[in-house]
Structures are given as C-alpha cells and as structure tokens.
Design a binder for this molecule. Structure first.
Ligand code: ADP
Length: 351
C-alpha cells in the first residue's frame, strides 16, 4: 500500500537515507520539539554530559528515527538502531548496551513492544548506567554488575498509551509528534525534489527547502503532492518518487499539477490522499453498519484486515481530517466523509 507509512522496503530505506536531514536546522516543522531539543543539546554539550533520554510518540513516518540520527550527529556520536520486537532475550539487550560508547544514542523503535523482563534491564541502564546480569543457575547462580557508558536512549512508539508508567518516568523529554502542515510538507518536498535533481537548485537559496523562486507550475505540482501526503513526510517522499518516474517517462521531464494528478490517480490516490484501503474501510461502515457507530473489531472482521493495522495506519488520518469520529459506542463516519465519497449514511445519527 503506497500510502501506508508503517511498512518500508529495503530499497525505500536506502532512498529515505539519502533524503534524511542531518541537522536540527534542516529538520522541517515540529517547532516546539526542535526548540526543546536544541536547548537541551546546547546545555548538555556545555556540561559535557550525555543527552537526556527522549521518548517520541506519534504515527509512523513522522520523523522519529530521523531525530535519533540528528541527535547523535549533534552530539558527534553514533546511533545504534533496534526495535522492541527484535529484542527477545536479555542477552540481546545486554550485548547492545555494553557495546555503546560514551554519549552514543540507542534508538529503540516500537518500545511499547519490549518484553517486561527486558524493560527492567533498561531501567537501571537508563538511570544508573549499569546492569545486573545473572550468570549460571541454581546453586552456582550469581549476579554481576556490568557498567554501561553514559548513553542516551531514544524510544519511539506509535501507541503512547501502551508505555508503562515506570518506563515513561525515566525519560527526561517526552514529546508527541504532530502531523505536518501542508506548508511544512511543501518545504520537505522541495528539499527532496532538489536532492533528487527533479527541480533546479542554485546557490542563492536561503535553504534547500526554500520555495520562493519555484516556477508556478512546479510550486503547484509540489502543493498537489503535499495535500495528498496525509501530513506525513515519509508518504510525501514516497509519492514524490512515483511522480518523478511518471514525469520522466510520460511527461518529458516537465513537472506540472496535471502530471501529479495523472501519476497519483494511477496509484488510486485522490485529492485528499485517500486510497483504496481507506475507501474500503469507510464503505464498510457506510454500507454494512449504516455509518456506525460500530466497533473496530467488527470493521476489521468484515474487511478481513488486522484491527491493529487499521487503528495505526487508516484511522489516525481519517480522524484528523474529520472523516471519522471515535465515540464510546464505536467508530462513526461523518457527513463530510459521506459527501466526499458519495456514500449514503443515516445523517440523523452521524456527526
Ligand atoms: P519514523 O521513524 O517516525 O517512522 P522516519 O524518521 O523514518 O519516520 O522518517 C521518514 C522519512 O521522512 C525520512 O527518511 C525523512 O527523509 C523524512 N522526514 C521525516 N521527518 C522529516 C522532517 N521533519 N524534515 C524533513 N524530512 C523528514
């Protein structure tokens, strides 16, 4: 699914790497977070301390991994990337922790999926920079304490509610990443298009994402991609990649709004960034459940999709654009959604 920010291929990761901003200065949007981080980074660097532990939550593709890399760059250290489900036994975590160098960054994606027994190791590593490891069993069992170099843990989660209280309290900075505005996405797309040599660049630019000297065709084309990107930089870059291929092969290299329309219609993405899975999801609520309210499990069963996937990759955007309401009785389609899709729902019940 082109519009899901949750899954990526190896090829896309390589592509993402080439577009990833390397400093806070190049990180677009999220102004409050950027300010908090830059103040703390400056302070800890002056004191020659490691950066505070940071917990980031928000939907996939909003720049959490990118921030971990940026923090390591700003601290002039390295980042080790892992994920909650990849750590299955204490040895996995102990191996990673004991290899860290002073002030290194350890990025743990999907930290809410870390096993509870491993969480305990992380607590003492985060707080006291040491871990107690049990060796041998039975009569010969003993515990040895291993020192860890002072490091920074950056935890990322798509489900803030699933982080335990003790875990949450060990982070110095906690921040919820917001969906990006269209003007921020436009700056990200302009920067990416220049890095991909799709649009011209020159040395007079204030920054590589500067939109002030774009031709109106290019500006409108990039705006058309931004409005279909669901507030998500990863999706913006992915759509840009599709548009680049189409522009090259079908449009003689001329990037225009009409070319964007043609390229993205081919992918089944409409003017608001709604794709086939969103449409099917909303159609089920309208046709089978008369617009709702209906429980997520029932929708998932009717669609033959996983409820967690729907909750993580379909619903956040529909909630954000006001197409879906979450009530105590379940999910409800709004009249705005019904109008956009030409669906019939009982308007007396729906917001
Ligand atoms: P997450 O870890 O939240 O899933 P990533 O950090 O992998 O998201 O971001 C996906 C891609 O989006 C990155 O490769 C990067 O190119 C781009 N990106 C994300 N946030 C920003 C930003 N604030 N400014 C510029 N590009 C960004």
């Amino acid at each position: 699914r082109i519009i899901s920010a949750a899954t990526t291929t190896q090829q896309e990761e390589t592509f993402n790497l080439s577009l990833r901003p390397e400093s806070l200065h190049d990180y677009v949007g999220q102004p409050k977070l950027v300010e908090k981080l830059s103040i703390t980074l400056a302070a800890v660097k002056q004191r020659k301390e490691p950066m505070e532990h940071v917990l980031l939550h928000g939907p996939p593709g909003l720049g959490k991994t990118t921030l971990a890399h940026i923090i390591a760059n700003e601290m002039d250290t390295h980042v080790t990337v892992t994920a909650g489900p990849a750590l299955t036994k204490p040895g996995d975590l102990v191996g990673i922790l004991t290899k860290l160098q002073p002030h290194d960054v350890l990025f743990v994606d999907e930290i809410h999926r870390l096993q509870i027994s491993l969480e305990e190791y992380l607590y003492s590593a985060m707080e006291d920079f040491k871990i107690d490891v049990q060796i041998d069993q039975g009569m010969h069992a003993k515990t040895i304490t291993l020192p860890i170099k002072p490091f920074t843990l950056i935890g990322a989660t798509t489900r803030a509610g699933m982080i335990s209280g003790p875990m949450r309290s060990r982070f110095g900075i906690t921040h919820n990443l917001e969906f990006y505005s269209e003007s921020d996405l436009l700056a990200i797309l302009t920067r990416s298009a220049r890095l991909m040599n799709l649009i011209p660049s020159n040395s007079d630019l204030e920054s590589i994402g500067d939109t002030s000297n774009l031709s109106s065709d290019i500006l409108n084309a990039l705006c058309a991609i931004a409005s279909r990107s669901r507030g998500t930089p990863r999706i913006a870059n992915r759509l840009l990649r599709r548009v680049r291929d189409f522009t090259q092969v079908k449009a003689g290299g001329e990037l225009t709004p009409a070319v964007v329309d043609a390229a993205l219609s081919l992918e089944g993405i409409d003017s608001l960034g709604i794709d086939d899975l969103d449409r099917k999801y909303m159609q089920v609520i309208a046709d089978v459940y008369d617009g709702g309210p209906v429980g997520l499990e029932a929708i998932a069963a009717t669609l033959g999709e996983d409820a967690g996937t729907l909750e993580e990759v379909v619903e956040p955007y529909l909630l954000q654009i006001g197409f879906l309401a979450r009530t105590r009785k379940g999910r409800q389609l709004t009249t705005a959604a019904a109008q956009h899709l030409g669906l019939r729902i009982s308007t007396s019940q729906n917001p």
